[in-house]
Design a protein around this ligand. Sequence first.
Ligand code: PLP
Length: 372
Amino acid sequence: MRNIPFVDLKAGFAPIKAEVMRAIEETLTGMNLNIGPNCQAFEQEFAAYCGAEYAVGVGSGTEALQFALLAAGVKPGDEVITSPHTFFATAEAIACIGAVPVFVDIDPGTYTIDPDLIEAKVTSKTAAVIPVHMYGQCADMFRINEIAQKHGLAVIEDACQAHGALYQGKKSGALGSAGCFSFYFTKNLGAYGEGGIVTTNDSAIAEKVRLYRNHGHTSKYEHAVIGYNGRLDEIQAAILRIRLRLLDEYNSRRRAHAAGYQRMLNGLPLVLPEEAETRQHVFHLYVIRSAERDRLMAYLTEKGIGTGIHYRNPVHLQPAMSYLGYTEGSVPVAEKACAEILSLPMYPELSLDDTTYIAEAVRAFYRIQGKA
Ligand SMILES: Cc1ncc(COP(=O)(O)O)c(C=O)c1O
């Protein structure tokens, strides 16, 4: 039996080990560790990659969201519209700055916020929208920006799963008021620790994020606002510079694996990922839907295949969000998706042998039941 893990960080590290170890050594030899040369260079390189004017490195994707919201002027008591089909941190960041998450359902094809449902949730307290580019595919930014403009809302992209994803030929991170990225180590662009960044074309937002990430520090001994200790670590920045150069290659390998899965799983009673017109998916996760999800998952585990669920419970039904008063059935499309989704292994280092073995196992599961 094969053993194919859900992610394989060691396989990603091996080919760049020598370069990474050299970069760590150089960084530690220089000992310029507080927003040092690697952090500054990486900010410029990542802004250029996204086609944004500015990028400000921070400690995590969660901090990126918090600082971008604050920099966009979101205040305690303001409402921020987002989707509950996301990692908990999207709504957590809203709540942590004292604002109120307002959940809007998703489009079932792309798993991103349904623009048709946004306007009904806009009130006099709404200050921003956070579209989440789920699994590596951008939300419908044209429609979202149109609504935001009409109501004077900031648009903060949660691009934590979508480094390099395209929408109408433009990269994620350059599609709204600000873009927020995570460099958690499993992401398409991952550090070997924690990290995040905010991208923007707005110099005032960039300047404020710089303040918030560094205790509101304006000059020696002077602090203009109450901020955070939320800087991007210099060693992680050095590693990210190496990995950024490989991001397009990593993403094209992910897309090739997705195309292979798509071909090999075609015709089964499954819903396969959908790439919307004018968007380019970067497949942070390859998520299928099955009415028999839990049994399929158990079968694949028996065959030595690692899988995941992203995510099993929608955010509006999490105990920590119960104060908001959502109940089962309040966001039905997202709730149904949570019960059926299954993430198959997806990383650049998979081989065709691996994806063939995985697809064949899925096919066998349905064959045993007389459904393939
Ligand atoms: C959609 C989404 N938003 C926010 C985050 C938070 O990022 P981090 O873990 O770097 O704080 C993540 C990643 O984990 C994510 O997937």
